[in-house]
Unconditional design. Structure first.
Length: 45
């Protein structure tokens, strides 16, 4: 039983790392989009 729990915790930790990496990429992409939107607004004015 203990081995199963350890295995499940390891999988959960791995999944959390993946989610954190995806969140980091998501934030970076949002920042780039915001920067591009600002440039578009400046050009359109």
């Amino acid at each position: 039983m203990l081995k199963k729990v350890k295995k499940a915790n390891a999988k959960l930790a791995c999944s959390r790392k993946k989610v954190q990496k995806l969140d980091k990429k998501k934030k970076a992409i949002k920042a780039k989009l915001a920067k591009m939107d600002h440039r578009v607004e400046v050009v359109n004015q």
